[in-house]
Design a protein around this ligand. Sequence first.
Ligand SMILES: [Zn+2]
Length: 424
Amino acid sequence: MSKLKEVSSLSAVSTLRADESAGKPSIKTANEAFVPQTTHELLRIVRAAQPIPRVAVARRLGVHRRRITVLVRPLIDSGVLREGVPERSAGRGVGRPPIGLSLRSDKDFLVGVNVGVSQIHMGAATVDGKILNEERFPTATDPQVAADEIRAAIERLSKRMTDRSLAVVGMSVVGPTDAERSKLLYAPHLGWRDIPLAKMLKLDVPVLVENNATAAAIYESQRRRSQSATKTAGDFVVVRGGTGIGVGLVLGGEAFRGTSGADIAGEFGHMTIVAGGKACACGNFGCWEKYASAASAVELYTGDSQRAKMRDKLRFTDLVGRAMAGERRAQVTLERVGTHLGIGIGNVICGLGVSNVVLSGELVHGWKFIETSARAAVAMSMAGRLSRWSLEPGDMHGADLGGALEVAIEHYLLSVVGRTKRAA
Ligand SMILES: [Zn+2]
């Protein structure tokens, strides 16, 4: 475990986090606020498009190239960024333009932990997200046992990283988390309440506990930065359908976690869409996720009678496989799930006023059969009639380990900004 304890260089992060979690927008002069935010966005852009020439970074950030020189110098000096030069010109150097900037990923590593209802998926990765080692094991019913198993797995992963130090652990969990992102507040499907997961891991590095839909939203933001040369990831909603349904919100490229003190945002999975409907694990009846999640699709398919025995064995991907093979019952099931999904998405668009929606989680596997009925239901809603809207499938990885790692990477980049600011 010595390797885990070595890393104290991220202490600057706690200062930064304390400011953030106070929830009150501090009044800064334009210039003070400009440097860290721009540096943070610069690091995200480099990560999304590395190796990227300075001129391209300047264009995407909308700042002058001379400004990039000022921003980049401390990042190169402190070993956060490196700048490649063409191999052939290594001897001559002068006069040849550098190839571009990239994150230095040879010193530290991050751990992502996706705590699912049935399975925990963990991975160690470089600071730019390249996965080096992975582990999966069933989620223990007792949260203390689960935390001990996660800690043991982190020790195993760390032992395999002989030349790197653990910097941050990012976790994605199946329920809302507190504003400090240290606790899982409630996970109906696991029966867990007020679980201080970050503390339970007993690590000397920052541990961030994030709602899995928000983690998927952070992942999709970064994916958008990689795919297009626009400045930010824009505004969009992620609807993550797995055992339940979670909604993550991104505004101006940043994940929205609710206003200060709310501790809850995007819990649309438990909005009622059928009065007096099916009983939900949360205690309510007729929740959206009882009709439009991947688990509810399996329930709908197996029904209440003889097929119910299959329920424990049949996974959502098996159901999709049957639909692919032409089985009508499986196809109709997915179409019905698509209708309920679209009804809820129409409500989400109306309620939030954000009309670009990305579908994430296991449901993405069934997109081919879900798409038409989901689109028809959104089109029928007031949102569909009054505004332009989009619905597209996201990347499955973001709903799993990818999202958890993205939470860790975002925190790592912020910590780098904090360190560079202190050094300056
Ligand atoms: Zn519910």
